[in-house]
Design a protein around this ligand. Structure first.
Ligand code: SAM
Length: 276
C-alpha cells in the first residue's frame, strides 16, 4: 500500500481513489454479496474496494488499465490467505478486451456474475453500454458514477434522455446513495452516487430486429432538443406528421409532447405501432 500511495494519480484515467472507509463499507452492504457470488470489478485502482469484495464473495476478477498498479495489486491481493475469496487481476482496457471471452473463460455463463465498481467517469457511458449489450450481461451491477449521471439514468417520464431509455430498456435502475466529493483522493469536482442496475433476462432476450427498430425510433425522437416528438420522428424517419400524430394521440399523448416525456413502455408501444 505504501508503494501505491507514491504512485501519482492519473487524471486522464479517471483516477479518484475512494478513501472513505464508511463509504467502502456501505457499498459492500448494498451490494448484498454472498460466498456464491463472482464479481467483476472495473478499475480496482489501489484495491481498496477489491479487498473488501474479496472478503465477502467467492471470487473477484478485477480489470485495471494502469500497468503501474498491476504488480502492486498482485502483491497485495492475489493468493492472500486473509481474504476468503480468490482475486484475479486482469491487465487491460475494459473497452478493448474481449469481454464475452473473459466471461466464458471463467465459466460465468451458467451461474452469472455481478459487477461492483467505482467506474472511471470519462468512460461511464461506454462501460454501461458494454455491460448492457454484451452477450452475457451481469445479473446486477452496483456502480459508482457521477451524481448527475446517476440521476439521468434513473430518471422518470418528464426528464428522460437517451441514456435513461437505453438503461431502462434492459434493466431496472435504482439510485442508492450519494457519495460526496470529499470522500476521494484526489478530490473530483463533483459528487458521485451509487446506483443499482438489475437486468431482466426477459428483456435481454428481446428480438434483435425489434431492439434495432426501438433504438432507431428513440434516437430520432431525441434528435433535436427544441423540437416536438412529432417533428423529430417525422423528419428522422421520413414519416408523415399526421401518421406520427395519430399514433401518439392513440397512446394518450398530446401532439406537443417532447421526447423526454415518454417512458420505456411508451416508446415500446410507439415503436410497435410505427412502420419504419
Ligand atoms: N476502485 C478504485 C477506488 O474505488 O478507489 C479506483 C476507482 S477510479 C475512479 C477508476 C479506476 O479505473 C482507476 O484505477 C483507473 O486506472 C481505472 N481505469 C480507467 N480506465 C480504465 C479502462 N479503460 N479499463 C480498465 N480500468 C480503467
Amino acid at each position: 500500500m505504501l508503494y501505491m500511495e507514491n504512485i501519482k494519480a492519473k487524471k486522464s484515467l479517471g483516477q479518484n481513489f475512494l478513501k472513505d472507509e464508511a463509504v467502502l463499507e456501505h457499498i459492500i452492504e448494498v451490494a448484498k454479496l454472498s460466498k456464491e457470488d463472482v464479481v467483476i470489478e472495473i478499475g480496482p485502482g489501489h484495491g481498496a474496494l477489491t479487498e473488501k469484495l474479496a472478503k465477502v464473495c467467492k471470487k473477484v476478477i478485477a480489470i485495471e488499465i494502469d500497468e503501474r498498479l498491476i504488480e502492486l495489486l498482485h502483491t497485495k491481493l492475489v493468493g492472500n490467505d486473509s481474504l476468503a475469496g480468490e482475486v484475479e487481476i486482469v491487465s487491460g482496457d475494459i473497452l478493448k478486451i474481449n469481454f464475452p471471452e473473459l466471461v466464458e473463460k471463467h465459466g460465468l455463463i451458467e451461474g452469472g456474475y455481478k459487477v461492483v465498481a467505482n467506474l472511471p467517469y470519462y468512460i461511464t457511458s461506454p462501460i454501461v453500454r458494454l455491460l448492457l449489450e454484451t452477450k452475457h450481461s451481469p445479473t446486477e451491477m452496483v456502480v459508482m458514477v457521477q451524481k448527475e449521471v446517476a440521476e439521468r439514468i434513473v430518471a422518470k417520464p418528464g426528464a428522460m434522455s437517451i441514456l435513461a431509455v437505453s438503461v431502462q430498456y434492459y434493466a431496472k435502475a435504482q439510485f442508492l446513495f450519494t457519495v460526496f466529493k470529499q470522500s476521494f483522493d484526489p478530490m473530483p469536482k463533483v459528487d458521485s452516487a451509487i446506483i443499482r442496475v438489475t437486468y431482466s433476462r426477459e428483456q435481454k432476450e428481446q428480438d434483435k430486429e425489434a431492439t434495432k427498430k426501438f433504438f432507431r425510433i428513440v434516437k430520432s425522437g431525441f434528435s433535436a432538443k427544441r423540437k416536438t416528438l412529432i417533428n423529430n420522428l417525422a423528419n428522422g424517419l421520413q414519416l408523415q406528421k399526421k401518421v406520427v400524430e395519430e399514433k401518439l394521440v392513440s397512446l394518450g399523448f398530446s401532439p406537443n409532447t417532447r421526447a423526454q416525456e415518454l417512458g420505456v413502455e411508451d416508446w415500446r408501444k410507439l415503436a410497435d405501432s410505427l412502420v419504419v
